[in-house]
Design a protein around this ligand. Structure first.
Ligand SMILES: Cc1cn([C@H]2C[C@H](O)[C@@H](COP(=O)(O)OP(=O)(O)O[C@H]3O[C@H](C)C(=O)[C@H](O)[C@H]3O)O2)c(=O)[nH]c1=O
Length: 181
């Protein structure tokens, strides 16, 4: 697998090795040994998630203030713009965001460690989004920051107004959010 750094050093883009033949393709979507070698430390995942969304759906920006989750995310159908926002107070990239287009086509994955808010917007007619998390879902600790927060000024590369859940419609501003100390 090929690892690409992003403008936030701890957020990585991972391109798995793809074996194509006349039948189609094969790839290892996760290999513990290779992943830990790339990160230079041990990481364990406890939960796999899978969501399907229509074009224009934006899920995010979400994080768990306690039991923070590192996420290894990828798209198995369609295309999304995936975004990670650094919420670690002590980080030199605090309040910065990075984005990447993840698609079934490019098979690109993004690794965002604990300390980040995460979201994506669907750019294709539909998208199936699958990801591994380093801790369990804990709704009592879940927080949401507005996708269109003016201080973050995220370029979602999506021209129309996105389709948001009730929870995301009620998300709060970056300035009033809780951060990771
Ligand atoms: C996240 C999650 C949700 N759920 C249940 C709770 C709700 O009844 C239903 C939909 O949940 P929600 O609307 O919070 O799903 P998303 O909007 O896709 O939330 C996710 O969106 C962004 C992209 C993230 O990075 C997070 O993993 C997560 O917050 O699934 C569970 O049972 N387990 C879970 O881990």
């Amino acid at each position: 697998m090929h690892i690409e750094k992003t403008a936030i050093p701890e957020v990585l883009l991972i391109k798995p090795r793809v074996f194509e033949d006349e039948r189609g393709f094969f790839l290892e979507s996760f290999n513990q040994r290779q992943f830990e070698h790339a990160l230079g430390k041990q990481v364990s995942f406890v939960q796999d998630n899978h969501s399907r969304s229509k074009k224009g759906v934006l899920r995010g920006l979400h994080y768990q203030i306690k039991q923070p989750q590192g996420k290894l995310v990828r798209v198995v159908q369609g295309e999304v713009l995936d975004v990670a926002v650094d919420l670690r107070c002590s980080s030199p990239t605090f309040g910065h965001w990075v984005s990447a287009r993840l698609s079934a086509e490019n098979k690109m994955q993004m690794w965002l460690p604990q300390g980040f808010a995460h979201g994506f917007v669907v750019l294709s007619d539909t998208a199936e989004f699958v990801y591994k998390a380093t801790d369990y879902y804990a709704p009592e600790f879940e927080r949401a920051i507005r996708w269109d927060d003016p201080d973050l000024a995220i370029d979602w590369q999506y021209e129309a107004l996105p389709d948001l859940s009730k929870k995301d419609q009620q998300a709060i501003s970056f300035a009033s959010a809780e951060y990771y100390r």
